[in-house]
Design a protein around this ligand. Structure first.
Ligand SMILES: [Zn+2]
Ligand SMILES: [Zn+2]
Length: 257
């Protein structure tokens, strides 16, 4: 693949390696567009320990580092700057205000918690509760409808192991809403390489039926992620078998019109 828009950095406390390492491996893998989209800072009350995202104090360094690398690698690698961010209704407006002064190119929606992470359910925890599935889809749709996102990361991240009919019904609702918003769905290669519950074999046939735009994303948490050609091949073979040809380039939605 020529473009990957889902790349983390060490600032989120659970990804490894500095930007140079990601850039070197991306170039070695033949990538021409390397989008950085680390877990976004959010303005939580001080008592909350935001353990898997960058602190707001690291935001200027993140932006300056990527912008300076972009200059350094001009002509070799395009390097758009973004964030992976949840749609947390209570915290979203203050998040947007916080990033407004910076030249952020794109946002990808990656919904890891319901409500928000201060007490809300973690959607990657296995559950048979239909309520969690429905609430996940409701919150993702509300997020997509803000119009600021360019892509929906791992749409099938919710680890629901209850009734399959309910899963298919809710995921069809999600796929239709994404299509209405014109938002591509990310086929997540990290989940594939690690054998996680996503990409879900029950999800992608629905995306194929609904005609959603699909894009591959490495969700890179370590620089070597880009070099797993067999994972990319496996993903493409599977998606092609469903009649899905992933798009290569992500059109960016304006965050501040
Ligand atoms: Zn994610
Ligand atoms: Zn990610």
């Amino acid at each position: 693949m020529k473009a990957n828009y889902h790349t983390h950095t060490f600032r989120c406390y659970h990804a490894m390696g500095n930007e140079y390492a990601y850039i070197r491996r991306a170039i070695a893998a033949g990538i021409e567009v390397l989008g950085f989209s680390d877990h976004a800072p959010m303005l939580f009350p001080p008592e909350h320990d935001a353990y898997y995202r960058m602190k707001p104090s690291l935001l200027p360094d993140y932006v300056e580092t990527i912008l300076s690398l972009r200059e350094q690698y001009r002509g070799v690698l395009k390097m758009p700057l973004g964030f992976e961010v949840e749609y947390y209704p209570d915290l979203f407006a203050s998040f947007l205000e916080m990033i407004r002064p910076y030249p952020i190119d794109y946002l990808i929606l990656g919904q890891h918690f319901l409500g928000n992470e201060m007490g809300g359910a973690h959607v990657m925890k296995e559950t048979k509760e239909e309520r969690i599935l429905v609430d996940y889809v409701d919150q993702v749709i509300e997020g997509m409808n803000t119009g600021v996102f360019s892509c929906l990361a791992h749409p099938d991240v919710v680890f629901y192991t209850g009734d399959t009919i309910a899963f298919r019904r809710e995921m069809r609702r999600l796929c239709r809403a994404a299509k209405e918003c014109g938002l591509p769905l990310e086929y997540n290669l990290l989940g594939l390489s690690e054998g996680r519950n996503y990409p879900s074999p029950d999800f992608w046939p629905i995306a194929a039926e609904e005609g959603n735009a699909v894009i591959l994303g490495w969700d890179a948490h370590r620089p070597t992620a880009f070099l797993q050609h067999e994972v990319e091949e496996k993903a493409l073979t599977y998606l092609h078998s469903l009649g899905i040809t992933p798009i290569e380039t992500l059109p960016f939605r304006k965050i501040f019109p």
